[in-house]
Design a binder for this molecule. Sequence first.
Ligand SMILES: [Zn+2]
Length: 367
Amino acid sequence: MAKDMRAARLHRPGEAFQLDRVEMPQPRPQDALIQVKACGIIPNMNAIVSGTLWHHLPVMPAIMGLDATGIVVEAPKTRSDIRTGDRVYINPFLACGVCPYCRSGRKLLCADAALRGYFGFTPKGAELLAEYPYGGLGEYLTAAGDSLIKLPPPISFDEGARWGYLGTSFSALRRGEVGAGSTIAINGVTGTLGVGAVMLALAMGATRILGWGRNRPVLDRLQTLAPDRIDALALGEQPIVPWIRERTAGLGVDLLLDCTGRGGPAAPVAEAIGAVKRGGIIVNVGALAEPLPLNPTQFMTSALRYHGSNWFSNEEAALMAEMVRAGVLDLSPWEPRVYPLAGVNDALADIKERPGGFVNMVVAPDR
Ligand SMILES: [Zn+2]
């Protein structure tokens, strides 16, 4: 018996979302049926739905929505540990399964991957979106069993809907080998990735977290999270390199994490590389799109490494949930801002104003 449901759909790139009635998704044996409780709204979403960039959007009209959480209504036949009523995050990363990377178990390197409810990285990747055409901006969705991450009780649905951006920061910090006593500098610390990275770095044992950005109230707020460990600088206030060295006994930082927002300049990152410790790591997880001038001699003599990092594994998503359950990772600094399904266009307008990385904006179809 096919019932229908409400979903906010994009009918044409660049246009407002429309609230439609569509057919309920029908799960296949390998899929779960999920009732959506929250879907994260992120700064990059306006750029994606504009359709003017390189991203390959799903076939229109499309139920968009990248990061969803919800309750399992029908459990998948492929996961004995997932039951009806479980609270889950749906990892939207879809890999092709057949390319050399997927076949060697490195799905995050998939040549034709996609993010469901969002875009394909290639035209072939976008074809994967037809398998799971239900983003988080609908009342229900289907999801493959292996894409489900259980959310233990301390994590609210609204907090879980931030898992995509938090996981992206987490994977980047792990790539940067952050651990007990690490010193970290974060370019673009006031955005969604930056604030998440600070919260995670505190949990991972970093003792010096230095960041800069443009949003003064957010910079001030960040320092209050751990005044003895965090220092924040307004970009342009003073030169970055001496500021970092003064706070790291002259040595510099173990890791420079670049969380540049879309359209941001390369200059602050290029400058800050001068304050990375010998043997240190630079990880790019942001949206820096212009060329970054690098000095190969400096990289050789100081044995520096430059890494890109993109998304995260299911294992990392589960690890973050366990860190929250155990009280290691504190999500309380986030400020939830909840919109009904009919308010998705308001949410997208509000996120354009760049409220900063503490605001956790979600659309909740049943509220
Ligand atoms: Zn693949």
